[in-house]
Design a protein around this ligand. Structure first.
Ligand SMILES: [Zn+2]
Length: 732
């Protein structure tokens, strides 16, 4: 084992090995996890969710008590960087070898035969010690090569070699007899047998380049295996760097990058429009990337030729589709209208091409054609917009096309890039095993694929609805006049629901299921800025909820004239401004949306002491009806009318609670906490209702969620009181 003193220095990968970290591992599986996490932590070694690792470990059989050899191999799902013991499948080695006999008994066998696919069904029969992790289709690649430890990775530099026209010769030139080469073969049992045979004939080899796919190498020691992975990747990367074409990369630059302020102004209009186009079958969430690496490609002379060739690594094109959509756009002279017109035409052509590809390549038992829309859109001068069912997936799609760009860059530097043959690509994309995996995925949540803006998300009802919708799969834009309160709600949502995968990507917007914005709803520019943030984060918006509102209790020193003005500014004018500005985005997008405002039972129940507030809420009730008419049929507009939500409300500061307790002659102790006093008041209010139940922010949140959801798709212009049942507030 190497000591740190003799450690090799790497230029193109990072050696993250720490002897202390390794020594702290408890057992062989733990060491395998350690090695795997290190490999996954460097994007130059493998992509998110890509590659797998294994170790053949002596274990005690739980029934016989005998020592048996067990293959621990990363199973389906998860990422090497974050993998734990739970991500690894465990299989008896002797049983895996028995599968070779079963396979050889099939009369018809070979790549892509029924026999090969049926072997996958035998893996669970080889499970050691009831390990529940499903084995991946790469299992035989690890099982049948003669090493205790095996790393299989997807490094851009090695794929560049693997996706070059002269891949075999280049492999020999870079590695000599140390690394073998095999032409493209879909991963599976047959590839495992082929590797076994290759090593039988070439026992000196330590690795293999899998044509148009990636790297596999092995050793009998963890550190040696890890170092070998680094070393082989470093050598490919150096070989490419020495031949880098610099300014001439991708044939040189044909277009200039747009100046950022012009680009952002264009994108603020283009992105929602594009999201509408991309979401014709099912709604998509976008990830925008505008950094130099992506622009060097999209601005280049060769982009048209290379983009049409499509991506190579199967891991990549399952997300990116076989090829991206490159829009014909001249940033030097074209504007938004040309951009939209050309993109619309390109999408139509892409859909038709995709359908033709499906028809050309399909088999009798192929699954039905999937959404023919592209998932990667490239625009010269601007960058890349990637799409997926949620933020995490669109970010990974973006990452994978970045990988594809680096692969093309490398391959074109050393040789000529070639993509996978179309039929092979199809046979991966529509593999019945992939289809089975898709079918096993849990059903999507009610607000999956939706972006919801919650104005007032810093506390009370807004915060409760942000939590409820995020739990149901929504991406939430948490907006509040108190920017730090909005931020803390967004942070809570990210903590609860996770960033998703692919956050380690460089240059790609890192936001997860929630973002925060400070907003003043009485200021049109502030609302526009918030909507632009939402658009740049996710591509557009689906629903908007306004829970923000103000109430000023008369008090010595307050100016009642000013209070009247401020009350109407926020509760009426502000809600209308949010509606107007959101409507611009909805119209660009052209997808049905919904808006939910917040009024109050006070809008219909006259009483003493809150005249400005009550009349503002009466106006807000009518605003709902007016907006329902003006925004129809694209956007439904409804409202909830809460009453007496005391818990967590900024409208019930301690002073107001105490005033109310005095007014209703409810006993209390001045020393009690605000929360206890609020509970007393809520209990009193509850006693006046028909249901006798106190009203909580969560009650309002559930009603709002119903009004924004498809469950209320035939309801617009309505106000739903959520007040525990106050007969004075019955609407008629
Ligand atoms: Zn692979």
């Amino acid at each position: 084992m190497s000591s740190s003193a003799t450690r090799k220095r790497y230029q193109f990968v990072s050696d993250l090995w720490q002897e202390a970290g390794y020594a702290a591992c408890d057992g062989e599986v733990s060491r395998l996890v350690y090695r795997s996490n290190l490999l996954g932590s460097d994007q130059r070694i493998t992509n998110t969710g890509g590659g797998n690792t294994s170790s053949k470990i002596a274990e005690t059989d739980p029934l016989s008590g005998e020592t048996v050899e067990v293959l621990w191999v990363k199973g389906s799902g998860g990422d090497l960087r974050t993998s734990t013991r739970e991500n690894f499948a465990a299989l008896y080695m002797d049983k895996l070898y028995q599968l070779q006999e079963i396979y050889s008994a099939f009369p018809e066998r070979g790549p892509k035969t029924d026999a090969e696919d049926r072997m996958v069904g035998y893996y669970p029969h080889c499970t050691f010690n009831l390990n529940p992790r499903a084995s991946s289709i790469d299992t035989p690649l690890h099982a049948f090569v003669p090493f205790r430890h095996v790393d299989h990775t997807h490094p851009n530099s090695v794929i560049a070699v693997a996706a070059s026209a002269r891949s075999r010769e280049l492999t020999n030139e870079i590695y000599g007899s140390e690394v073998l080469w095999t032409p493209w073969l879909r991963p599976g049992f047959e590839l495992g047998l082929e590797l076994q045979e290759l090593w039988r004939k070439n026992p000196q080899a330590r690795g293999v380049i899998l044509g148009q796919h990636g790297l596999l190498n092995g050793a009998d020691d963890h550190r040696e295996c890890y170092e070998l992975s680094l070393d082989l990747i470093e050598r490919a990367a150096k070989f490419i760097a020495d031949r880098d074409r610099g300014e001439k990369t991708f044939g040189g630059q044909k277009h200039q990058t747009l100046e950022p302020s012009r680009r952002d102004a264009l994108l603020a209009e283009f992105l929602p429009w594009l999201r509408g186009q991309m979401s014709q079958n099912v709604r998509m969430i976008g990830t925008l990337q505008t950094d130099d690496d992506v622009l060097e490609f999209v601005n280049s002379h060769d982009a048209v030729r290379l983009a049409a060739l499509g991506t190579s690594c199967p891991d990549h094109f399952l997300r990116t589709k076989i090829r991206p959509l490159l829009v014909d756009f001249d940033p030097a002279k074209d504007g938004l209208e040309e951009l939209k017109k050309n993109t619309a035409a390109a999408i139509r052509a892409y859909r038709a091409d995709y359908a033709a590809y499906y028809e050309r390549c399909k088999h009798a038992d192929s699954p039905a054609m999937r959404d023919p829309a592209p998932t990667v859109v490239l625009v010269p001068g601007i960058g890349m917009i990637a799409w997926g069912k949620n933020k995490s997936e669109s970010r990974v799609t973006a990452e994978f096309y970045n990988c594809a760009i680096q692969v093309m860059r490398g391959a074109e530097a050393i040789d000529r890039y070639i993509a996978l043959p179309e039929q092979e690509a199809f046979d991966i994309e529509y593999w019945l095993l992939e289809e089975a995996k898709l079918k096993r995925m849990p059903a999507e949540k009610a607000f999956a694929r939706r972006v919801v803006v919650v104005v007032g998300a810093g506390n009370g009802i807004g915060k409760a609805v942000a939590h409820l919708l995020a739990r149901d799969g929504a991406h939430v834009v948490c907006a509040d006049i108190d920017g730090s309160a909005a931020q803390s709600t967004a942070d809570e949502l990210v903590r609860l629901h996770g960033q998703g995968i692919g956050v380690a990507g460089t240059g790609i917007s890192g936001c997860g299921p929630a973002i925060a914005c400070a907003i003043d709803i009485t200021d049109r520019a502030s609302i526009r800025k918030m909507l632009a943030q939402a658009i740049f984060a996710y591509g557009g918006i689906d629903h908007v909820i306004v829970t923000a509102g103000v109430y000023f209790a008369a008090a010595p020193g307050r100016d009642p004239d000013m209070d009247w003005k401020k009350t109407f500014d926020v509760n009426v004018y502000g809600q209308n401004l949010v509606a107007e500005e959101s409507a611009r985005v909805w119209r660009l997008q052209g997808l049905p949306g919904s808006l939910v405002l917040t009024t109050s039972v006070n809008g219909v129940v006259p009483k003493a002491g809150s005249i400005a507030y009550d009349t503002s809420k009466a106006a807000a009730n009518h605003l709902v009806r007016e907006l329902a008419i003006s925004l129809a049929p694209l956007v439904r507009v409804n409202a909830v009318a809460p009453a007496t939500v005391v818990a967590g409300s900024t409208m019930f500061p301690r002073e107001r609670v105490i005033d109310s307790l005095r007014k209703y002659k409810i006993e209390f102790d001045e020393a009690e906490s605000t929360e206890v006093l609020r509970d007393r008041l809520a209990g009193f209010y509850a006693s006046r209702t028909l249901t006798r139940l106190p009203i909580t922010p969560e009650d309002q949140a559930r009603a709002i969620a119903f009004l924004v959801s498809d469950g209320s798709c035939k309801t617009t212009g309505q106000i739903i009181p959520v007040d525990g049942g106050l007969h004075e507030a019955f609407l008629r």
